[in-house]
Design a protein around this ligand. Structure first.
Ligand SMILES: Cc1cc2nc3c(=O)[nH]c(=O)nc-3n(C[C@H](O)[C@H](O)[C@H](O)COP(=O)(O)OP(=O)(O)OC[C@H]3O[C@@H](n4cnc5c(N)ncnc54)[C@H](O)[C@@H]3O)c2cc1C
Length: 379
């Protein structure tokens, strides 16, 4: 449920600050970076145009092991060991080698924030950057170490940004009507979208029903409403966004790019939460090493960019599958969906898929400090 808490008008007091690390964006990626910096006594500042957890940015489904390994299990709403896939002529159950869970966005963000030690949060909208100063609607913040975790716009990049529909982006729209369903479901059905898929992700008392189109020019509103109505759910609470489907450099111009700003969302599945966690932890660990005196900024930027780029082959396989998807004749698609009904096939494929950003990575970081009450600005 969206809660409007962001400070407005005169409440938005002028802000001018200097800090050791400035993290722009307080969602999955930015908060994962912040949690890795807890307990080292550094001045870490996190900013976002909204309060932490105020604006849900997705259908909020992720592998359960990622949520549990990050200590976010309390935010889980519903857990699924199978995926029900619908094509125009059949519905097939795919058994998974791991479970997915839907979760409460606000609670998850606040749990992550609790792990961020003495990091300080302010609501501020980032407008631009000049060298190591970030200009916001409340004033300028200066830092030697800056992270862009603000999503697909990649705002801090000095290069002119390509905007949709010309940028390599997919388009997602969903509604979250009150209701309940048992299964995690996907629709691979050209009557909704020729190039994309539909989903229904139950989450406690609501069902998140949406469509993701790989073709940014395609309209998604009408088929989203139609899918929701077909499920007997009156469409409500719309939210949509662009979803990058191409990996971009993880570092450049002295900035660390994490999550959607680096194109870390997986093509084909548009799964971008666990990868935002994964690359967020990786960037946070490089930053931590700088602050502990173990490396310089240039080395950290280089190492993080390399870590991100090492995943390029896997992202490019996923992109190849995404590009092939609309060209697959319906009969062949039905056959492939049936083949995944064989648990041996689905378990093998999904295990490989999970390993692109494995949940074990969450367990390999430094021990973290608890947040002190004074710094829990958003709690
Ligand atoms: C409809 C839809 C459903 C989806 N469902 C799923 C799903 O179920 N599972 C999954 O894994 N992925 C899903 N995704 C993809 C996933 O949402 C993204 O990949 C993920 O949110 C990326 O995380 P992030 O932290 O990089 O960016 P975001 O979650 O987009 O967060 C960016 C943050 O930056 C802030 N920000 C932006 N601009 C500014 C600014 N100028 N100044 C200050 N702050 C700013 C925003 O307020 C926000 O808090 C979905 C996407 C869409 C569109």
């Amino acid at each position: 449920m969206t809660i409007r808490a962001t400070k407005r008008g005169s409440q938005r007091t002028p802000l001018s600050a200097e800090c050791d690390v400035l993290i722009c964006g307080a969602s999955f990626a930015g908060l994962s970076v912040a949690r890795e910096l807890a307990g080292i006594g550094a001045k870490v500042m996190v900013i976002d145009r909204y309060e932490i957890g105020e604006r849900q940015t997705s259908a909020c489904a992720a592998p359960t092991a990622w949520l549990e390994n990050l200590g976010l299990g309390q935010s889980i709403l519903q857990t699924f060991g199978e995926l029900v896939v619908h094509t125009p002529d059949q519905s097939v159950r795919w058994e998974l080698p791991f479970t997915f869970s839907t979760f409460d966005y606000r609670q998850l963000c606040l749990l992550l924030w609790d792990q961020a030690g003495d990091a300080h949060f302010e609501t501020a909208k980032v407008n631009r950057r000049s060298a190591n100063t970030v200009e916001t609607d409340r004033g300028a913040i200066t830092s030697e170490l800056i992270v862009d975790a603000m999503g697909w716009r990649r705002i801090l990049d000095s290069q002119p940004n390509v905007q949709p529909p010309d940028a390599p982006m997919s388009r997602g729209l969903e509604v979250s009507p009150a209701g309940s369903r048992e299964d995690l479901e996907l629709w691979l059905d050209p009557s909704y979208l020729a190039s994309g898929y539909g989903w229904s992700f139950p989450a406690g008392g609501e069902v998140r029903v949406g469509l993701g189109s790989f073709e940014p020019r395609d309209h998604v509103r009408e088929p989203t409403v139609r899918l929701s109505n077909t499920l007997g759910l009156a469409p409500d609470k719309y939210q949509g966004n662009w979803i990058p489907h191409k990996l971009r450099p993880g570092a450049g111009d002295e900035i660390f790019y994490v999550g959607d700003s680096a194109g870390h969302c997986l093509p084909l599945s548009a799964e971008g939460i666990r990868t935002a966690f994964y690359f967020g932890l990786a960037a946070g660990r490089e930053l931590r090493l700088i602050l502990e005196g173990g490396q310089g900024r240039e080395q950290a930027l280089e190492r993080y960019a390399l870590f991100s780029a090492q995943h390029a082959a896997k992202f490019s396989i996923m992109l190849g599958l995404q590009q092939a998807y609309p060209k697959i004749p319906t009969r062949l698609m039905s056959k492939a969906v049936r083949a995944f009904g064989n648990p041996k096939v689905s378990r093998w494929a999904f295990q490989r898929y999970l390993e692109i950003a494995p949940p074990s990575y969450a367990l390999s970081g430094p021990a973290r400090a608890e947040k002190s009450p004074a710094s829990s600005a958003a709690a």
